[in-house]
Design a protein around this ligand. Sequence first.
Ligand code: SF4
Length: 357
Amino acid sequence: MELNPWATVDIQDYDELFEKFGLEKIKLIPELEKNVLFRRGIVMAHRDLDKFLGAVAKGKPASILTGIMPSGPMHLGHKMVVDQCVFWQDSGVKTRVLIADIEARLTRNVMPPDAKRVALEEYLANWIALGLDHTKTDLYAQSNRSIPYYDLSATLSGRITLAEMSAIYGSLSPGKITSAMIQASDIIHGQLPEYDGKSNVLVPVGFDQDPHLRMTRGLAEKEGFIKPSSTYHRFMTGLEGGKMSSSRPNSFISLNDSVDVAMKKADRVLTGGRVTLEEQKKLGGEPDKCVVFELETFHFMPDDKELADLKQKCLKGEIMCGECKQILKDRLKKFLENLAVKREKAKDTVVGLDVFR
Ligand code: SF4
């Protein structure tokens, strides 16, 4: 299995990733148990998370860094990174969020005016509506950072060969190489004396982004920086099964979908129900194969007891999929309505932010 930050990756067997790429399983500690994504094993792997947590516990300088790719609609799959970011920010960790406008231009052909609009209105407004405190966030666009940041990117480019990059990323274009070196600078530059100085950084990502982390950790070590830490979350299943993909609108619920559109998509969500009601009452449903249950687990049922009760009822055939899906739809509708109100307010905020040139 290959991981590719520029393509949709379908992961069938997460265990294979641990072996192949040397990732570690997350061990829960009380601090992490406070967050539903950690508690439920959705954020499931890491590199050096223990070192990051140790630095935070000792009051050493530490930050989290994550990025916004201003391309395509923001959907529930993207929300997982925001939820983690808000969790770390609420825990008092310094937060840095980059807008990957250079990467969007080089690898997805998104040009500056569109990148700016999508980043601010489609993404950042939703991030703020989901709880990001922009006043406590070091927010920047890749095209509008400091000279030391670009210097670092150039320095790092000279510290790796094309063969080494190809071994990590597979096939590369000049645009992807530039983009990867800018990303390496995104992750490391907080350790420059112009920023926080030598410090721990944690990057929460999906597994597809691991090549960036593997390359950047090697470069950080070569240049005498602290190797960045990272966490990895599972991917969401597409609404109708298979991969969730930004190019297939019916595979995801966008945070900007109207309630009507979202309800129609929810009607088509794949369940783990049996062929007939009779069979389901007798055998129970299959929540582990059910996208309705996954949506509740990842986003809409934060109460663990409620989720466990739903699973038991499903397994015993005490609840049918129609009733269960209606519970999801009610929550989804409420969530989207609340989010829309907060997002409209946030749009007034984002236009005034000094992020782009
Ligand atoms: S009852 Fe609910 S959780 Fe069980 S299979 Fe049907 S939709 Fe999924």
